[in-house]
Design a protein around this ligand. Structure first.
Ligand SMILES: NC(=O)c1ccc[n+]([C@@H]2O[C@H](COP(=O)([O-])OP(=O)(O)OC[C@H]3O[C@@H](n4cnc5c(N)ncnc54)[C@H](OP(=O)(O)O)[C@@H]3O)[C@@H](O)[C@H]2O)c1
Length: 273
């Protein structure tokens, strides 16, 4: 039993390493963004897309605070990787579905970074439930993290946001096209579009920009079956699933001065699906 658990953890860690290396390679290839000294908060950064964004910012010279909900090898390996990357980085255990945790997380940003130049609302929850079986608790759980969590993170970060700050919400392509069995998830991501449009108008005069990066299918540490992979290879124009670095690139662009006149926008990053 223990041997099997160890083997599974080893396999998982190898997958994480491969995916993150690919992400870093993509984010570092081509155009290099300079975020030297920028203070960045990324929610949900220990795995998947968030991890790709955290490492891309850290490698671009930023100081990064990120958070996660559960402990495990992904947290340990991120802490190690960040300790080997120049800059002042911190990994905090904080649940974005919990208001007190969000307050504590922003407190950590204040203490550790002294202010925030970039907020990336990445932490997200999903489940696959037929609409007639979807109960209000599960609806609320997903909305609480994806939509209410984003609202609370931005509101509580306001007092320490610096002029010119960039807020980037990670949405989803499904917000504009819909998807069966994920009505709660789709509603939460569509809600982000309204929140982003409204905030861009309200916060624009204060010098803040608010945008969405809306990924299509992106391969993370989750196992992908050959059938699913084949389906997406057929569906996307570029013939493959995305990797976290494909999403990190547009996020680093939106956080940069090159995007100084962009706000309220949704950028679909979906391989042309
Ligand atoms: N992957 C895709 O195909 C895809 C497509 C479109 C949009 N997106 C969006 O992209 C974002 C990242 O997705 P992903 O696929 O990379 O997810 P993932 O692989 O499941 O990773 C999610 C990350 O967020 C953390 N997290 C989740 N819930 C949290 C919470 N309540 N509080 C704090 N941290 C939390 C997780 O940490 P723990 O391990 O501690 O939970 C993990 O580090 C989400 O907003 C998702 O909706 C993903």
């Amino acid at each position: 039993m223990t041997a099997r658990l160890n083997r599974n953890t080893g396999i998982q860690m190898a997958r994480i390493k491969r995916i993150v290396e690919e992400a870093a390679e993509r984010a570092a290839g081509g155009v290099r963004f300079d975020h030297q000294g920028r203070r960045v908060l990324v929610t949900g950064g220990t795995r998947g897309i968030g991890r790709g964004i955290v490492l891309a910012f850290a490698r671009a010279g930023a100081n990064v605070v990120t958070c996660h909900r559960s402990d495990g090898p992904a947290v340990d390996s991120l802490v190690k990787e960040l300790s080997e990357t120049p800059g002042d980085h911190k990994v905090v255990k904080a649940d974005i579905g919990n208001e007190a945790d969000i307050e504590r997380l922003i407190g950590e940003c204040r203490a550790h970074l002294g202010g925030i130049d970039v907020v990336v609302n990445n932490a997200g929850s999903i489940s696959h439930v037929p609409f007639d079986k979807l109960d209000a608790d599960e609806w609320r759980r997903v909305l609480d993290v994806n939509l209410t969590g984003t609202f609370l993170v931005v509101q509580k970060a306001l007092p320490i946001l610096t002029p010119g700050a960039s807020i980037i919400n990670i949405g989803s392509k499904v917000a504009s096209v819909g998807i069966p069995l994920r009505s709660h998830y789709t509603a939460s991501k569509a809600g982000l579009v309204g929140l982003t449009r409204s905030l861009c108008k309200e916060l624009g005069p204060k010098g803040y920009r608010v945008n969405i990066v809306a990924p299509g299918p992106v391969e993370t540490e989750e196992e992908v079956t050959p059938e699913v992979r084949e389906r997406y290879e057929r569906l996307t124009a570029v013939g493959r699933l995305g990797v976290p670095g494909d999403i990190a690139g547009p996020v680093l662009f939106l956080a940069s001065d090159l995007a100084a006149f962009m706000t309220g926008e949704t950028i679909n990053v979906d391989g042309g699906i």
